[in-house]
Design a protein around this ligand. Sequence first.
Ligand code: BES
Ligand code: MN
Ligand code: ZN
Length: 500
Amino acid sequence: MTALSVSTSSAASLRADALVIGVAKGPKGIVLAPGAEAVSEAFEGKLAEILSTLGATGAEGEAVKVPSPAGLKAALVLAVGLGDAAEGSYELEALRRAAGVAARALAGSKKAALALPAESAEETEAVALGGLLGAYAFGTYKSGGGKEPVGELILLSTRKGSKDAKAAVERALVVGEEMNRARDLVNTAPNDLNPKGFAAIAQAAGKEHGLKVEVLDEKALLKGGFGGLLGVGNGSTNPPRLVKVAYTHPKAKASLAFVGKGITYDSGGISLKPAGHNETMKCDMAGAAAVFAAVVSAKRLGLAVNITGWLALAENMPSGSATRPGDVLRMYGGKTVEVLNTDAEGRLVLADAIVRAGEEKPDVIVDVATLTGAMMLALGSRTFGVMANNDELRSTLHTASGEVGEQSWPMPLPPELRKGMTESTIADLANMGERMGGGLVAGLFLKEFVAEGTDWAHLDIAGPAFHEGAPFGYTPKGGTATAVRTLVRFAEQKAAGGKA
Ligand code: BES
Ligand code: MN
Ligand code: ZN
């Protein structure tokens, strides 16, 4: 992985393959952002003009390279666009994205120095995190390992030594590494990541970071009566697992449960998905990957909270032993569910995990799941939906996501949509309801399994979990690790004594 450090060296004297500066769209052409002063001097004040001549406008996503003049030790200057010029400081998300664009543009080089705006600790963290996330590359299956990401990123800061800048870079390093781990898990081909393998990875990483990890295998699930996980896993030769990852802090201010959907491959089961709908379904464990990454991050950051992560892992396949549409499952805790569509499997594994999580009486349960195509139809592919049984919790999570650069939108749980699901003639519930508002129906299904009096929220990340378009900002193609930062932010707020 790309190394990250802070330096107070002047931009002029630093030896590197490239020196990265920010440029923005001003009212009268492009302007250089704070941090670019020394570089500008080396160009004798002509840098903005030169960049304009090369076609730079300062637009977000833009990356323009210029050979360095004699006064700089770096071979070239890379100007990345920040969008509209800011009156005061730049938006943190603009900084993250610009640093991400720079890191991606410099893939293959050894050492790059970032002279982007980094005047406050928040800005320093944003540049560091954007750089680490933008440098991400998944080369596991490419002969020769694929294109090397940039070897080393050096943040030029005037704040080195000040405690908060150091802490900011450390935070970025932890969150960046754990997000990139989650991305690796999502990108791994489904023939190389089944429930057992995922559980083993969680155990190994848990051990490395001093977390308690417990795995329920198929025998333990049968003994415990986890009918949802077993029903979904039935059709696969790779049996399901329920993984519990516990992080505790001696001065914990709250107890949180994070529950992740971990379908390592979703073929749809007997209600098989048609071609065109299953090629990316290795991403159906992105919720579990995000939960795992968030718990490890919380531990590495030493947040004053207790968090239990629950990874509901299964592979949804069709076979002679698969659950049929029409089967009735007895879920953990005793409720019965008529499976009308085996492709609505996420809610079945989550129901078991939510009931199990609730037994430990956490203050709040947050589940994360690539749950419905309907949520993608509603919000597009970059925004996740937030549902909750508590208005304040829903708005806290929505706000938290915005603060860390993750797009989300609050969604309702209209009580009238519950009816269709409770009309199973033979069981307590059906796993399908009305087609309209399908993402909300799925949320209402999960709500049935939340213990009375427990605050609960549901993040439907079906849209942003897996990015199919061209890379942008710090987002690569493939797994994105969406929701990790929102969960970490939420845990931080709880650790600071924040309400709901
Ligand atoms: N994993 C899918 C949802 C999904 C779709 C995630 C596209 C990411 C991208 C989920 O298990 C599913 O198949 N949901 C069904 C539910 C329906 C059968 C009620 C859906 O959304 O079509
Ligand atoms: Mn499905
Ligand atoms: Zn699914």
